[in-house]
Design a protein around this ligand. Structure first.
Ligand SMILES: [Zn+2]
Ligand SMILES: [Zn+2]
Length: 361
């Protein structure tokens, strides 16, 4: 006999004692994989391992949840849900590599799109009806949604690992993607110049992102327990393309695969390295120093060539991010801009609430 694993939903209310206690403990027919809550309508959409999205309305005192409807949205685990109140749409992605959208009034499926891999990031621009889907292959797909069909606008590829989280800023029209390659990329979509800026501030997978619009700060959280608060109100620079060369572009010594020149000059080939600031291919000797380059997104020290090392001023080395240790492996994050509170949940099954007002201001 197959054992059925159930999931539970809890609603935590702050009591007079200052402690949080569950007001609701609701058992679901299948484990819960994701959720979306709309505070205005108190509508809670819960994605399940069996592919269903279950919708509830919470009572005004948050002591009761009433089932509204179920959507048979996916063939397997729902990975992301986004409820769009303005259009009455429920957007979702699943382990079945499908993106789907449903009308939350009629419960009808409006359309779908097959993504190249399982999606783990989903964002929507209400004004232009563009949806952004980040997937495990590292790709970001942009679709334009109509009432009952969608068209592929473009795809972005910049990460060397899977996309784990997306965050859209509808004001600056900038998309942030977090990845298992430890980096965040800021895609300047509104600027139309196609710039993509890398942010390197984690030592492990980036797993959750949130954006504080009023202060233009990006919050990224990762498997390393780090909460990094990025100041996005600075003019950042794109990282250079890495140049290819058969010999060091500083001292002209050949790299080790340049056998002919090596033979001719009877020199031992050197390993090719790249300066993160100018992109030049340089040998280890000509790039012996390290520096942070915060405006290029390198908050940690990276390899730079000796001349770039000299040219970087202390002012340019000033950090553009602050680093905080959450002491758990963060898989989900929610930022409440009105209170300046950050909620993190981790693989340790702990939910933490942080007062971010000292740093997000
Ligand atoms: Zn050299
Ligand atoms: Zn350089």
């Amino acid at each position: 006999m197959k054992r059925k694993y159930a999931g539970t939903v809890r609603v935590w209310l702050k009591r007079d004692s200052g402690q949080y206690w569950p007001s609701i403990y609701h058992v679901m027919p299948s484990p819960c994989s994701c959720m979306s809550f709309n505070p205005e309508t108190r509508r809670l959409s819960i994605g399940l391992d069996n592919g269903t999205i279950s919708e509830f309305i919470l009572s005004e005192d948050y002591n009761k949840m009433t089932p509204v409807k179920n959507y048979q949205a996916h063939q397997s685990r729902v990975t992301m849900i986004l409820f769009v109140l303005e259009l009455e749409w429920v957007l979702s992605t699943g382990q079945d590599k499908q993106f789907a959208w449903h009308c939350s009034e009629s419960g009808q499926r409006l359309g779908g799109y097959r993504t190249s891999a399982v999606a783990s990031g989903l964002q929507f621009d209400v004004e232009t009806r563009h949806v952004f889907i980040g997937d495990h292959s590292g790709q970001v797909t942009i679709l334009k949604l109509e009432q009952e069909n969608c068209t592929l606008v473009t795809t972005f590829r910049g990460h060397t690992g899977g996309v784990t989280a997306l965050c859209w800023d509808p004001v600056q029209r900038v998309l942030f993607s977090g990845s298992s390659d430890h980096s965040v990329i800021m895609w300047d979509i509104g600027g139309r110049k196609g710039t993509a800026i890398e942010l390197q501030g984690h030592n492990d997978k980036v797993q959750a992102l949130s954006y504080a619009q009023h202060t233009r700060q990006l919050i990224s959280c990762g498997g390393d327990g780090g909460i990094v608060v990025w100041n996005m109100d600075v003019e950042r620079q794109e990282t250079p393309e890495w140049l290819d060369s058969d010999s060091c572009q500083k001292c002209d010594q050949p790299f080790f695969w340049n056998f002919k020149q090596m033979w001719d000059s009877k020199k031992i080939g050197l390993r090719q390295h790249h300066c993160r600031k100018c992109g030049k291919a340089v040998c280890g000797k000509c790039s012996s120093k390290r520096s942070s380059i915060p405006l290029m997104g390198f908050e940690f020290e990276v390899r730079v060539c000796d001349s770039c090392h000299e040219s970087i001023t202390d002012e340019e080395r000033a950090p553009t991010a602050t680093f905080h240790d959450s002491k758990h492996n963060i898989v989900h994050v929610h930022f409440d801009a009105t209170r300046g509170w950050l909620l993190t949940s981790g693989t340790d099954k702990v939910i933490k609430l942080w007062d971010m007002t000292p740093v997000v201001s």
